[in-house]
Write a protein that binds this ligand. Structure first.
Ligand code: ASP
Length: 332
């Protein structure tokens, strides 16, 4: 039986062409890119207007894509999203958290080099994504360079090689070998989809979420000033190691005043495979000041969580509960 796949083409290098200013998104990809895979699969394209370089993505794009997916997911066997690599992991995380009760795969891919470029990685990435539909995993996935990653925890890790993505905490779910057209590794059993139906969380395009990264020196003071005056509703704090930060009074008081005003402050590690947890005394003052420790949350997951937290008026306890449900606090 023919499987119906809805293709959401948002832009990205995969379909770009050269212009006098550099690479730009283009519609030329549409007819040809999925043609080699049309045996047993019907691809229905939705081409965004305008197509974007994914570094221009904003909350309105996410809101519009969620609305479109709400309509299309029930009508199709799977969703393929062609997306620029720069923010693919952010979008993948947002979709993974917002599309609750998903009972079919939503797979994102793109490429480091345009489809028409010599030695482009686009054909392998498209083949990986198309093959990943076979796995029938009812979740949001990134398919790239022969690997299939769960959205939560994934990051872009290279602008230079075809291995553009990784998931330092959770790894790849499956690995595809194009030369043999087979899976080298795949989940042993098909995940049974147990769903009470699709429920899509709201996304408020006015949600104000920012990120502060600590570095040695002036940054704690800069961050304190920001926390005292910001109208952001939620802040991702990228701290050191296991979620440690300076404990000087000015910084801690600024954090406390922000959380007491109802602001959500999610403390994550700036280490690639880091875990923000109560390990060191040095992080204790920060914990006492009302931050939520993000465990294994990376920046992309933290951004998605806080955007949805603000949009849906979660408090710190709901945020913490969601982190636990996602398995981000396990083994901490
Ligand atoms: N700047 C491009 C984008 O994210 C990069 C890519 O797709 O590889 O749209």
């Amino acid at each position: 039986m023919t499987q119906k796949i809805f293709v959401l083409y948002t832009g990205g290098t995969i379909g770009m062409r050269s212009s006098s200013d550099g690479l730009r998104p283009d519609t030329d990809l549409v007819g040809k890119a999925l043609q080699p895979f049309s045996d047993g699969l019907q691809f229905d394209w939705h081409v965004c207007d305008p197509l974007i370089d994914s570094s221009a993505v904003n909350l309105s794009h996410w809101r519009d894509w969620l609305a479109l997916l709400a309509e299309k997911i029930p009508q199709y066997d799977g969703i393929l999203i062609l997306h620029g690599t720069d923010t693919m992991a952010y979008t993948a995380n947002l979709l993974a958290l917002a599309l609750q009760g998903l009972d079919k795969p939503v797979i994102l891919t793109g490429s480091q080099w345009p489809y028409d470029a010599p030695e482009s990685d686009a054909p392998l990435n498209l083949a990986t994504a198309v093959a990943a539909f076979e796995l029938s995993l009812p979740q949001v996935l990134i398919a790239f360079n022969g690997k299939v990653f769960p959205a939560v925890g994934s990051s872009k890790v290279s602008t230079e090689t075809a291995a553009g993505f990784d998931n330092p905490h959770f790894g790849a779910l499956a690995q595809w070998q194009q030369s043999d057209w087979q899976w080298l590794a795949r989940p042993s059993e098909r995940t049974q989809s147990v769903s009470d139906g699709l429920n899509i969380l709201s996304l408020d395009t006015q949600a104000k979420v920012v990120c502060q990264t600590l570095i040695p020196g002036f940054s704690a003071q800069y961050c304190s000033d920001g926390l005292l005056h910001t109208d952001a509703q939620a802040v991702v704090l990228q701290s050191f190691g296991h979620g440690n930060a300076p404990s000087d009074a000015t910084f801690i008081q600024a954090v406390q005043s922000f959380t007491e005003r109802g602001g959500l402050l999610l403390n994550i590690s700036q280490v690639k495979q880091g875990c923000a947890a109560a390990v060191y005394a040095q992080g204790s003052a920060l914990r006492q000041a009302g931050v939520v420790n993000g465990g294994k949350c990376n920046l992309e997951t933290a951004t998605a969580l806080l955007t949805l937290a603000v949009s849906n008026q979660w408090n710190a306890a709901t945020l913490q509960k969601t982190l636990r449900t996602l398995g981000l606090l396990e083994a901490v």
